[in-house]
Design a protein around this ligand. Structure first.
Ligand SMILES: [Zn+2]
Length: 217
């Protein structure tokens, strides 16, 4: 496996390749807060300002989060046998839990709602959210853990958290080197779209005396 620096470079490269395909307004803005991006130190390390649209930030943060998740998985497999067994069990339970619309998505879409916001008065025939759990199988019961096993497991969870924090810090430090590339791409591909949208909005306001016009954000 590449070192963290190499993996961060690859994540930024892939994001730069994806960004030209992004268009403002091509994805409806979500109304709920994103747990992956909100307050993420990765957003700060990438140099994202508050004006950078969430979908653009999410696409990079999601790829960077995968680096941290992979490092923690690797560490868990090698060093944390109890946690590893619990995660295997959880994965098996998940495999028996039927269709999961948020599984197996490419990084740009991970952590986002699987369904767009419905139009008022125009309900969907079905949503992916409603199909969650279709095909689920019965879950076998599990034996309860002893207090000693619980304490040992908590210790391993703390070690895995520490691994996540350390890897997160390394990813942030590596990311700082790529800030100029990220800033250049935002300036070239994102800002002109925002400027054009704002210009359109103001033109609309002038045309009809400041009334009407759809909400655009
Ligand atoms: Zn997000």
């Amino acid at each position: 496996m590449d070192g963290i620096d190499g993996r961060v470079r690859t994540a930024v490269d892939l994001w730069l390749r994806w960004l030209p395909r992004w268009q403002l307004g091509s994805v409806r803005s979500r109304t709920r807060i994103c747990r992956k991006c909100t307050g993420s130190p990765l957003a700060t390390a990438a140099g994202f300002g508050p004006d950078v649209p969430h979908v653009v930030q999410h696409a990079l943060i999601s790829r960077l989060s995968l680096i941290i998740e992979d490092a923690v998985d690797d560490y868990t497999v090698k060093n944390l046998p109890l946690l590893h067994r619990e995660l295997d069990r959880a994965a098996a339970r998940r495999r028996r839990s039927g269709y999961q619309p948020t599984d197996g998505l490419s990084p740009e879409f991970q952590g986002l709602d699987p369904d767009p916001e419905p139009e008022p008065g125009e309900p969907f025939l079905f949503t992916l959210g409603e199909l969650t759990g279709v095909g689920a199988q019965e879950q076998p019961p599990r034996e309860p853990l002893s207090d000693a096993a619980k304490a040992a497991l908590r210790h391993e969870v703390a070690l895995s958290d520490e691994c996540a924090r350390n890897t997160g810090t390394a990813v942030c430090l590596a990311l700082v080197d790529h800030r100029p590339r990220i800033a250049e791409a935002i300036e070239r591909l994102v800002e002109p779209q925002i400027t054009a949208l704002l210009a359109d909005m103001f033109r609309g306001l002038d045309d009809d005396g400041g009334m009407g016009g759809d909400a655009l954000f």
